[in-house]
Design a binder for this molecule. Structure first.
Ligand SMILES: [Zn+2]
Length: 427
């Protein structure tokens, strides 16, 4: 395989030795849905190239869309996904118990969205504060009674929060840590705000899960970095922080939950040692692993296009089931547009009437259109929830085309087996 260096410095260690392994072509900003009034204008496209740092093993994209363009108005609202709400409820109860938190303790959530996670601390009476850059979701959080700073979290914001609210016993960040353009300032801010014996709990999509599931659709411009335990440890080590415990949780098809404290405060758990060894064994520190991942992506493309072309030849209707950001990556990387998939159905009113960028597939209220012959399931990580909800659709002869972790066409006949299989894949 030919070797190509990306023209960049690694986002964690600064090395110039970042090797391209997956080029998904030029793509629009995937969360910038196209409103009707913009339908006749072409949206901007940006390179989506993924590289591996040979020095610190971080996987990252090279092109940064400025954060102000991406997060000042954000269409993704956590509270609309039941699976996610249940996940946050479980996590908050676990953290409160494990770290013995009480009424005097402050919890700060970075990228707090509509306050879905912080609301879960209410039964425990803790002080909470969200930090969230998107004004539209800050308004939702405040309306729901969750105190929220409308700002990007970084060192300056941390100093301001510290002066106003004091040190945090617990800091959290879910689904945002790979977004961060000001990565080092954010980590410095955590060090500034966190009590010496406090804990930062970070949940991020786990690169190991992406590789094992061929989940390349997690790659999009918002996600600048893709972490293994090893690369996450490299990052925190630079700022006097240390991962002392870790687990891989099923949300988003495999997320890393790392517990981080001041360096030297707590010994690394058995789970940290075990995951380090597992990553070594699986080759997550070697470029060849990522080159093989890229080959799997291009094989998936061929297989999925075969299924969709066959459906088109048979005159079947195919709609996207939901319009998640990750869906745009898959559609645009594989060149899927309205020729193969006519509509996307959604339950988030913020998305109705808009189009998926690039692919230009119209997004409609799921309650207003009759079901198609088949749904293309873009948010495959919530498949269990969808199977429960759409049992009647499948029993009525409908199909789910599920591209990831491997291409499957799910019908009513497959239902019990599929549920078992999905449960097994989480272990
Ligand atoms: Zn590096």
């Amino acid at each position: 395989m030919t070797s190509t260096k990306l023209d960049m410095s690694c986002r964690v260690c600064g090395s110039r030795d970042v090797e391209l392994f997956l080029d998904l072509g030029d793509q629009p900003h995937c969360n910038r849905l196209i409103p009707p009034e913009m339908a006749d204008r072409r949206e901007p496209f940006f390179p989506l190239r993924t590289g591996f740092c040979r020095a610190c093993t971080l996987v990252q994209i090279d092109h940064t869309i400025p954060k102000e363009d991406m997060f000042s108005d954000y269409p993704y609202v956590s509270g609309t996904t039941r699976t996610l709400v249940a996940h946050f409820a479980e996590t908050s109860a676990r953290l409160v118990e494990r770290y013995g938190l009480s009424e005097t303790d402050l919890v700060v959530d970075i990228g707090s969205n509509d306050g879905t996670w912080l609301k879960q601390y209410r039964p425990f009476g803790l002080r909470v504060l969200g930090v969230e850059p998107a004004a539209n979701v800050v308004a939702l959080a405040r309306a729901a009674g969750v105190p929220t700073e409308n700002a990007f979290f970084n060192k300056e914001t941390a100093e301001r929060v510290l002066a106003e609210h004091g040190q945090a016993s617990l800091m959290t960040a879910a689904g945002v840590f790979f977004h961060l353009e000001e990565l080092h300032s954010v980590v410095e801010g955590i060090k500034v705000l966190l009590k010496e014996d406090g804990v930062f709990c970070v949940q991020a999509i786990y690169l190991g899960g992406m590789i094992e599931n061929t989940a390349f659709d997690q790659i999009y411009h918002e996600h600048l970095c893709y972490y293994t335990l090893r690369s996450l440890e490299e990052l925190f080590r630079r700022h006097g922080l240390e991962v002392f415990d870790v687990s891989v949780v099923p949300i988003h098809g495999g997320s890393l939950e790392a517990h981080v404290g001041w360096a030297g405060r707590r010994p690394a758990s058995d789970a940290v040692h075990a995951l380090r060894a597992e990553e070594e064994r699986r080759g997550y520190g070697r470029i060849e692993t990522y080159q093989a991942f890229a080959e799997n992506v291009w094989r998936l493309k061929r297989d999925l296009l075969d299924v969709l072309e066959a459906a088109r030849r048979d005159g079947k209707t195919v709609y996207c089931y939901g319009a998640p950001a990750k869906g745009a990556t898959l559609l645009n990387s594989f060149g899927i547009d309205t020729r193969l998939v006519q509509l996307a159905t959604e339950k988030s009113p913020l998305k109705f009437g808009k189009m998926i960028p690039g692919a230009r597939i119209p997004i409609v209220d799921e309650a207003t259109v009759p079901p198609p012959d088949a749904y293309l399931v873009l948010a495959w990580n919530f498949l269990d929830e969808f199977l429960g909800k759409e049992r009647r659709f499948l029993e009525g002869g409908g199909q789910f085309i599920v591209p990831v972790p491997r291409l499957r066409v799910v019908t009513a006949a497959d239902l019990p087996a599929t549920v078992r299989e999905t449960a097994a894949a989480r272990l």
